[in-house]
Design a protein around this ligand. Structure first.
Ligand SMILES: CC(C)(COP(=O)(O)OP(=O)(O)OC[C@H]1O[C@@H](n2cnc3c(N)ncnc32)[C@H](O)[C@@H]1O)[C@@H](O)C(=O)NCCC(=O)NCCS
Ligand SMILES: Nc1ncnc2c1ncn2[C@@H]1O[C@H](COP(=O)(O)OP(=O)(O)OP(=O)(O)O)[C@@H](O)[C@H]1O
Length: 194
């Protein structure tokens, strides 16, 4: 079984590319979503977050995501501590998930594929790229969040040039280039090597 690692900064269009891969029959593990599930279900993460902060980081509705975001995205040390708690659990969870799929090819989507070390799980890495200003606008519109919230997250992600250098493939999602031919071309290049 081979894994395609999909990355790209906030608002680049990873979810759109992942949805296309799913249409081609490739199961995709969305790290953002699965990490949210794990913050609810994993006793290791729950205990660790309560130790790092306090009991009120969990409310009756689950993890207080807004508060956690405000505590970590302007504080590199705290972000590192939270990442070190959550990412190993996501890593293990991905391996279990991939094994359960019984498929020759699957994918792992994460904005922080390289930052987190999840790229070690990937046989091929793909960066979804869009210019930063477009990404900011997309994320602001999608999440109804402020420009400052979005740029604070960008500051905690590897610069695009570095992601591009580290990636095997780049998909351009600037709203002009069509995505489907790029995804088809990617799969044509990957599948013969399986
Ligand atoms: C702080 C949390 C609760 C905020 O939740 P929220 O619903 O606002 O954001 P969500 O998780 O959907 O992430 C949206 C985007 O923010 C950026 N982002 C999220 N976590 C990180 C991080 N640790 N470092 C840099 N950027 C990040 C990514 O671009 C991501 O796609 C959540 O982001 C979180 O738990 N982050 C730490 C764990 C993590 O690294 N998750 C992402 C991959 S496993
Ligand atoms: N080519 C495009 N044209 C117009 N809108 C787009 C395009 N690609 C993505 N979008 C929109 O931009 C927003 C961000 O895209 P998407 O959610 O796929 O980004 P993402 O990389 O998964 O972001 P995040 O890291 O925050 O999860 C979404 O609302 C999406 O519908």
């Amino acid at each position: 079984m081979k894994t395609i690692g999909i990355t790209g900064g906030i608002g680049s269009g990873k979810s759109v590319v992942s949805a296309l891969l799913e249409l081609y029959g490739i199961p995709v593990y969305i790290a953002d979503e699965e990490s949210k599930r794990l913050t609810q279900s994993s006793p290791v993460i729950r205990k660790g977050l309560i130790e790092l902060f306090d009991e009120s980081i969990y409310t009756s509705e689950g993890l207080d995501k807004r508060r956690l975001a405000s505590l970590i995205f302007g504080n590199p040390q705290m972000l590192k501590a939270v990442n070190s708690l959550i990412h190993p659990e996501v890593y293990k969870d991905y391996l279990q998930w991939a094994e359960s799929k019984h498929t020759e090819l699957c994918a792992l989507e994460s904005a922080i594929l390289f930052e987190s070390g999840f790229n070690k799980l990937a046989d091929y890495t793909v960066m979804v790229y869009a210019p930063e200003e477009i990404r900011i606008q997309r994320a602001v519109n999608r999440d109804n969040s402020s420009r400052t919230d979005v740029t604070n997250r960008i500051k905690n992600q590897l610069p695009d040039e570095i992601k591009r250098d580290k990636s095997d493939f780049v998909i351009l999602n600037d709203g002009i280039q069509a995505l489907i031919p790029q995804v088809e071309s990617l799969l044509k290049q990957i599948r013969p090597t399986l």
